[in-house]
Each structure stands twice: as structure tokens, then as C-alpha cells.
Design a protein around this ligand. Structure first.
Ligand code: F6R
Length: 241
């Protein structure tokens, strides 16, 4: 694992955006795996700037997002589709039909999971997967559990995740209790992984994921087995490494 330390959130965002930018320049029809949450917002802002300056062309890029809340329609501001449109897709020259997020309102969860898994497979897998890490070590919504889940699945969110994500909702009761998430297979088969981490609150879990035992109780620890992971963090998040 490569570990790149930036001074602050802005520095972290610039480094990660540069890596993604290099990927898009080297392979203009690459498949980017994308994440939501606070960590990648600065990365997306930088990618928007690069695209606006004419330095980056997303016209042939395809994206697959990690996850989506079950039950939220795309019009809901807390849905991850809305987040992606608002924070990235609406501001770059990507074709909307080339952007993929699990459908939170699909009537049949099993069919939606199978559709998403087949889609990733049909695209030939992911060239570069951008990840954040949850306070409990989750990646995507692969929550701590007794075993790693391989395929796209519908997951019951843990209390810790509901607690962490309630900041985006008016109260904890409004946070959906389930979500669709890409499984560990698609993440681990990504040819390159970039994880962004920021803030002192993430320092303990980053240490557990990077230096602790590989266990489904700390889902991100599985990344120790991947051959091309770059962890980009600010000083606070990397302070215990
Ligand atoms: C979101 C996702 C999650 C987040 C994680 C960290 O698509 O996959 O695993 O990366 O919950 O969230 P933030 O960045 O808000 O701390």
C-alpha cells in the first residue's frame, strides 16, 4: 500500500484528483468506481475545475458508484444519485447514460443486486475505485460482519453508520435502514484503488485497517491484500500510522 500524506483536506483532494486525472488521461474510456460522503467532495471539485479548464475529458468515461440507500428516489436530496449529479456529473462533460448508481427504488432488491453485479462485469470491471472509510471500517456499505460479502447486496445499516450519516438528514429516524452496496469482489478486482481519509476522527480506524489483522470486523482491512492501493490522507487522519 502506498501512503501519501497531505497537509489538509484540500491537499488530500488535490492529490487524489491528480491520480484520477492521470487515469482518465491514460485511458479515456476507463471505468471509474466512485464514492459519496464528505471525503470525496473536494476531489470532485478539483475534477470539475480540471474539466472546466479543458485539461480533462470525461466524454468516454463510465462510472459505477459504490452504493445507494434503499427506498430513496433519485429526486431525494439525500440519495446518492442526487449527490453524484449535484457534486460531479452535472458539472463535467460525462454522458448521463454512462453514469451508474444502484436504483434505490427498484421493486425487487435481489434483481437489482444481480443487475448491478452483471453491469460491473459487463463493463470489464473497474479501472480505478475511489473509496472513503466509515468510522466502523466499512467500505461502500460493506458493514462489519462475520464474513466478507462478495457480490452486490442489500445490507442492513449498523447503528454506527446510521449515527454517522444522520448529519445529512433532519434526524436519525429519517436515515434509511438499508442500502445497496457493491460487494468486496468488485472492489478487490478494481485494478487500482485510491482511498481518501481526512480528520482526526478517522485516525483509529485507519490504523486498524492498515496495521491491524485482516478481518470482516474491519472491512477495509481487506485492502491489505490488494496489490495497488494508494491511501491519501491528511495529517490528522494518518497521525497514528
Ligand atoms: C459512500 C461510501 C461510504 C463512505 C464512508 C465515509 O459512498 O461508500 O463507505 O465512504 O461512510 O463517509 P465520509 O466520507 O462522509 O466520512
Amino acid at each position: 500500500m502506498k501512503i501519501l500524506k497531505a497537509k489538509d483536506y484540500d491537499g488530500m483532494s488535490r492529490i487524489a484528483a491528480n491520480i484520477i486525472s492521470a487515469q482518465v488521461i491514460l485511458k479515456d474510456n476507463c471505468v471509474l468506481g466512485l464514492a459519496t460522503g464528505s471525503s470525496p467532495v473536494g476531489v470532485y471539485q478539483r475534477l470539475i475545475e480540471l474539466c472546466a479548464n479543458g485539461e480533462l475529458d470525461f466524454s468516454r468515461v463510465v462510472t459505477v458508484n459504490l452504493d445507494e440507500y434503499r427506498g430513496l428516489p433519485v429526486t431525494n436530496e439525500q440519495s446518492y444519485r442526487y449527490f453524484m449529479n449535484d457534486n460531479l456529473f452535472n458539472h463535467i462533460n460525462i454522458k448521463p447514460e454512462n453514469t451508474n448508481v444502484p436504483n434505490g427504488t427498484a421493486p425487487d432488491p435481489a434483481a437489482e443486486c444481480a443487475r448491478y453485479e452483471n453491469l460491473i462485469h459487463a463493463l470489464g470491471g473497474i479501472d480505478l475505485q475511489l473509496l472513503g472509510i466509515g468510522n466502523n471500517g466499512h467500505i461502500g456499505f460493506n458493514e462489519p460482519s462475520d464474513a466478507f460479502d462478495c457480490d452486490t447486496h442489500c445490507v442492513d445499516l449498523t447503528e454506527s453508520t446510521i449515527e454517522a450519516n444522520k448529519r445529512f438528514f433532519s434526524n436519525a429516524d429519517e436515515v434509511p435502514r438499508q442500502a445497496y452496496t457493491m460487494g468486496m469482489k468488485a472492489i478487490m478486482q478494481a485494478r487500482r484503488i485510491v482511498m481518501v481519509v481526512s480528520g482526526a476522527a478517522k485516525a483509529e480506524i485507519v490504523k486498524a485497517a492498515v496495521c491491524g489483522p485482516i478481518t470482516p470486523r474491519v472491512p477495509a482491512s481487506i485492502l491489505q491484500l490488494h496489490k495497488d492501493v494508494t491511501l491519501v490522507g491528511d495529517e490528522a487522519a494518518l497521525s497514528l500510522l
